[in-house]
Design a protein around this ligand. Structure first.
Ligand code: LLP
Length: 420
């Protein structure tokens, strides 16, 4: 459930009409609802109510906006980070360092050192060499790094190939059959406190079966590691729960996920870590856009909107679906293609879609754009970097500026050898 609803025929974010945001900030613009973020955080936590020892680390790659992180920090969420930049954001939003989990397959030595200095609560080690380097840096700083070993359970998450991470041919984690040996070698190193294991098999998952299969492999490994004399007190279960981009395709609910986790992890006697991203922020944001032209096409008309693939990359990258709705629908429908102004045929948001009738100048939204939306934006075609707004009841504020070409050009230099 979200807080983007029609009132008197006009789409509102909480109590604010979309048209008021477009008038004040212009388009395209991402619009987030604080109430929806809080609701999703609460629902996710409540779904895990039966789990006594847990830590929820929001995967901030899904939406790293400071205001969004602030809302989630107040809900008691920590952060799952994958870069030094994300660490800076999590800390700037007031998330305690001990609540931050550092994932990612290519952490640099500098990032590892800075994270150790900041006192990050958990490193998710992706390969043996990384663990050895981390141990060495920690020891040289007189510290001990709390860590878990990410295993690749070789399970097919049944999602889009580009966001599938748990099969053996993917780059993530250590092969499950090699994990016990790697665990034994790393846990002997001074500077490292290897406390358990982690897995994350993919994103936008609609079937709990593969997730449960992966968890069951983790359960077996916890038992085997303990039998080998290791102390295991943490297991990181990753993220991955899908959201409904299309109304008639409903993913498992957080409650379904929670009951599965309870069943799959019964008796593990560890603190469970979770790294949800999309399920927290996906439906808490829309991309507000204005129709520039309705261009006749050979087969059907093209609705050319002022948002493009540089603002919302998901359709171009993963053939992803985002519902398109007029802000003030007339009740009439049309079949059309929806595209942006960027000079690529891939800059298309939908082909042959049954949508509200819109005409040039009308406002519309792409729904479910709060996750992997603004964070993946670029300035391709020298378009401004898309701004972000947060709504709170009848108030709204710009939480990220529209970064204009002038600002981007000012960061570039013409070298001496090109001056005349
Ligand atoms: N933990 C790890 C280690 C991850 O790699 C990810 C996402 C998450 C947690 C959060 O997963 P979520 O709960 O959001 O599914 N840009 C793509 C999604 C990439 C996901 C990358 N990893 C998209 O727009 O669909």
């Amino acid at each position: 459930m979200d807080h983007f609803n029609y009132r008197n025929g006009v789409l509102h974010a909480e109590d604010v009409p979309m048209s008021a945001i477009a008038d004040a900030v212009g388009t395209p613009v991402y619009v987030y609802s604080r109430a929806t973020l809080e609701r999703h955080a609460r629902v996710f936590r409540e779904a895990l109510g039966g789990i006594e020892r847990k830590h929820i680390a929001f995967a901030i790659k899904a939406n790293p906006n400071l205001a969004v992180l602030k809302v989630l920090a107040r809900q008691g969420f920590g952060a799952d980070i994958v870069s030094g930049g994300e660490m800076k954001r999590a800390l700037a939003a007031g998330m305690p360092a001990k609540d931050i989990v550092f994932s990612g397959v290519g952490k640099t030595v500098t990032e590892l050192r800075e994270a150790l200095e900041a006192g990050i609560g958990q490193f998710n080690i992706e390969l043996e060499e990384e663990g050895a380097v981390l141990a060495q840096i920690a020891a040289s700083l007189g510290k001990t790094a709390d860590a878990v070993l990410r295993v690749n359970p070789d399970v097919d998450a049944g999602t889009h190939a580009k966001i599938s991470t748990g099969k053996k041919e993917n780059k993530f984690g250590v092969p499950i059959d090699e994990a016990p040996g790697i665990f034994a070698r790393l846990s002997a190193l001074p500077g490292l406190n290897l406390r358990g294991i982690a897995a994350h098999i993919g994103s936008q998952i609609f079937d709990l079966g593969p997730i449960e299969a992966a968890y069951s492999k983790l359960g077996d490994m916890v038992r085997d590691l303990r039998a080998a004399g290791h102390v295991i007190d943490r297991v990181d279960l990753g993220g991955g729960l899908g959201v409904p981009y299309e109304r008639d395709k409903v993913p498992p609910s957080p409650a379904d996920y929670g009951s599965m986790v309870e069943r799959a992890t019964r008796g593990w006697d560890v603190t469970l870590y979770f790294e949800p991203g999309r399920v927290i922020v996906g439906n808490a944001g829309v991309l507000l856009t204005r129709v520039i032209w309705v261009k006749p096409g050979a087969v059907r008309p093209f609705i050319i909107v002022d948002a493009a693939m540089n603002d919302l990359a998901r359709p171009a990258m993963y053939d992803a679906w985002h519902d398109f709705e007029a802000v003030a629908p007339t009740g009439e429908r049309m079949v059309a293609n929806i595209a942006g102004p960027v000079c690529e045929s891939g800059d298309t948001f939908g082909i042959g879609r049954d949508i509200d009738v819109v005409k040039a100048g009308d406002l519309a939204v792409f729904r479910t754009a709060g996750a992997y939306g603004a964070t993946m934006a670029s300035t391709y075609n020298s378009r401004p970097l898309v701004p972000e707004v947060m709504v709170d009841g009848d108030k709204f504020a710009v939480v990220a500026d529209r970064v204009m070409p002038e600002t981007l050009i000012a960061a570039e230099r013409v070298p001496d050898f090109l001056r005349d």
